[in-house]
Write a protein that binds this ligand. Structure first.
Ligand SMILES: Nc1ncnc2c1ncn2[C@@H]1O[C@H](COP(=O)(O)OP(=O)(O)OP(=O)(O)O)[C@@H](O)[C@H]1O
Length: 228
């Protein structure tokens, strides 16, 4: 589904990612794990095209990022670590912007926007601008934007960070449901217990390299062994 090959990223003179290779299967949840600064967000941003790569190929459902960027991009949605909302748009206008850019038909858009707003309990915030929302609410708006379209791949950076316990649990269940229906999910989280519950496989980055990868059960035993 997603194939990342020989990815190299430089920022200024520094090599941030070197020879990063991994793949994500259809309907699987892959946890991208690593210390602060390991390169997790850079992987996400490079897949999104927010960060240039020096070398490597990124292919999603046979569409090469370098050859057909618009077709590539329409197949994925991203929830960045920090909510990235436009100050001049209300919550609903953000949803509409995403609905249009992913070409959702009106009926599907209205149904999903309503369902997700109810699930995330922000129906009373639809006409508010980002500056009057709390951080957690902005995170919810950003999350809903990414969940509105049914894309083959979701990239999610620290999805549970700003969310309260209930919202985090709801989101976890929604992601599992999405994956069951065939969506592939690549996510980062420092909340390793949640990652162990959610992910099928893991990729551990260390200083811009893939240090380890495997089934999440094996990560579980490794992390336990480390604390014993
Ligand atoms: N715009 C930038 N300019 C310079 N260096 C950067 C920039 N963005 C990232 N880096 C560097 O790239 C490295 C990887 O950063 P990245 O944000 O990908 O790490 P991360 O694994 O997501 O960390 P965290 O867990 O703290 O979110 C770090 O050393 C960081 O300082």
């Amino acid at each position: 589904m997603l194939e990342v090959k020989q990815l190299q990223v430089e920022i200024g003179k520094e090599t941030i990612l070197e020879d990063v290779e991994f793949s994500v299967e259809e309907g699987s949840i892959v946890g991208l794990i690593g210390h602060n600064g390991a390169g997790k967000s850079t992987v996400m941003k490079t897949i999104m095209g927010w960060q240039d790569k020096k070398e490597g190929t990124i292919i999603l459902n046979k569409v090469d990022q370098d050859q057909s960027f618009v077709r590539f991009k329409r197949q994925l949605a991203y929830i960045p670590e920090e909510p990235f909302l436009l100050p001049e748009l209300t919550t609903m206008q953000h949803f509409q912007l995403y609905g249009q850019s992913y070409q959702l038909d009106e009926k599907t858009f209205t149904k999903r926007a309503q369902e997700l707003s109810e699930q995330f309990e922000i129906t009373d915030k639809l006409n508010e601008y980002p500056e009057s929302l709390s951080k957690g609410m902005r995170q919810k708006v950003q999350t809903i934007c990414a969940l509105l379209p049914d894309v083959p791949l979701l990239l999610i950076d620290e999805p549970f960070m700003g969310l309260d316990v209930h919202a985090a649990q709801d989101l976890q269940e929604m992601l599992v449901e999405k994956a069951k229906k065939g969506t592939s999910i690549l996510l980062t989280s420092h909340q390793l217990e949640r990652m162990e519950e959610l992910a099928d496989t893991y990729i551990m980055l260390h200083q811009g390299h893939v240090a380890e990868h495997g089934l999440i059960e094996d990560f579980h035993s490794l992390s336990r062994r480390g604390t014993e």
